[in-house]
Design a protein around this ligand. Structure first.
Ligand SMILES: *Cc1c(COP(=O)(O)O)cnc(C)c1O
Length: 373
């Protein structure tokens, strides 16, 4: 059996262990300490955002973002349908109602026209949506000017789910800092990883302060343990944050490597009949977290996926839209066919920043062999 080529595997930079060792040596083995503060400062320096709270996961960050925006039982929250389930699950944690919005073809992200239609329709049905969860999928920025114009017209706050998009920019500004609250993920398969972890970011530092309060069991100021709000155990540990500090040192290298993967695939597969790639519109800079192809049909997509699997190469269909998921299919959805077609015809190719030219060539030659029959 040839060695396995993974879709997206962790890629350590080398200095992570120094930060972890320091935490160990100084006995800062807790959900606070110098690495937690240092990692938060690193994220501030990198993105230009005002404030950061590092947390146990991106999912926890989305959950707290909804709480901070006052999302409660029976409130409606608009959410990209073309995403990973973790974008939408926290809406249900709050006993609120997800309302799914389809994508447009230029970025595969939330369609601003469908968004406005949905808002108008929800208002006409008697309920104004409480928040928008906007996902920058596979690292591609959403059409921010158009989305933010709709959001501010109706005065609905935007949570940017930038779990896949740290290192991406829109008109030169980092994803995650353009909405009311932004979310990053440092899960094992993301562009940088702390094994598991996330962050909530905002230019309103009150949100981050409150997020830390909620993430550390919501203790009131008192000598004893006193609580007037429900708390969570969502803070990031100082050990995990040490990995994050090391990873921040190599984030730009990781983005460059992933973008090089995408460019190489496009050079060697793009001209093949029937395979297309998502282009970056002017002013959009994607970290190319995953390199995705669109094939002509479901059958062709499956043929390629199965041929890769046979060669011990991991590839994965694009995200199955939330409105098609058994767990979410009874919630309202404003669809236009775009995400369903992407799911049918799309495939994510191995995209790790640690792939070799040899790995990439193995992927390309396997696909070319399928396309030639
Ligand atoms: C990974 C991911 C999340 C969840 O982040 P975790 O850190 O794994 O909890 C949320 N949204 C999207 C789009 C993701 O890809």
């Amino acid at each position: 059996m040839k060695n396995k080529i993974w879709l997206s595997s962790p890629h350590m930079g080398g200095t992570e262990m120094n930060y972890v060792q320091e935490a160990y040596d100084t006995n800062w083995v807790a959900p606070l300490g110098p690495n937690v503060n240092g990692f938060e400062q690193d994220i501030i320096n990198y993105t230009g955002v005002k404030a950061v709270s590092v947390l146990s996961s991106g999912t926890a960050a989305i959950h707290l973002a909804l709480i901070l925006l006052g999302v409660k039982s029976d409130d409606e929250v608009l959410c990209s349908t073309f995403t990973f389930s973790a974008s939408a699950n926290p809406i249900v944690y709050q006993k609120a109602i997800p309302v799914f919005i389809d994508s447009e073809k230029d970025t595969w992200n939330m369609c601003p026209v469908s968004l406005e239609e949905a808002i108008e329709d929800r208002i006409s049905k008697g309920k104004k949506p409480k928040a928008i969860i906007l996902v920058h999928l596979y690292g591609m920025p959403s059409k921010m000017d158009e989305i933010m114009a709709v959001a501010s017209k109706y005065n609905i706050p935007v949570i940017e789910d930038a779990a896949e998009a740290i290192g991406s920019t829109y008109k030169g500004r980092a994803m995650g800092i353009l909405g009311e609250i932004g979310v990053y993920s440092f899960n094992g398969n993301k562009i940088i990883t702390t094994s598991g972890g996330g962050a909530l970011v905002s230019n309103n530092s009150e949100y981050c302060k409150k997020a830390i309060f909620l993430a550390t069991q919501a203790r009131d100021e008192a000598p004893h343990y006193q609580h007037s709000e429900i708390g969570y155990n969502y803070r990031m540990s100082n050990i995990v944050a040490g990995i994050g500090r090391g990873q921040m040192e190599v984030l730009d290298d990781r983005v460059a490597a992933r973008r090089a993967n995408h460019a190489y695939y496009q050079e060697n597969l793009g001209s093949r009949q029937g395979i297309t790639f998502l282009q970056e519109p002017e002013g959009f800079f994607s970290n190319r977290w995953l390199s995705c192809i669109l094939t002509k049909s479901f059958e062709q997509r499956e043929k390629i996926r199965l041929a890769l699997a046979k060669e011990n190469i991991e590839a994965r269909p694009l995200w199955k839209p939330m409105h098609q998921q058994p767990v979410f299919e009874n919630y309202p959805a404003y669809t236009n066919g775009v995400s369903e077609e992407l799911f049918e015809k799309g495939l994510c190719l191995p995209s790790g920043s640690n792939l070799t030219k040899e790995d990439l060539n193995r992927v390309i030659s396997t696909i070319n062999a399928v396309m030639n029959v």
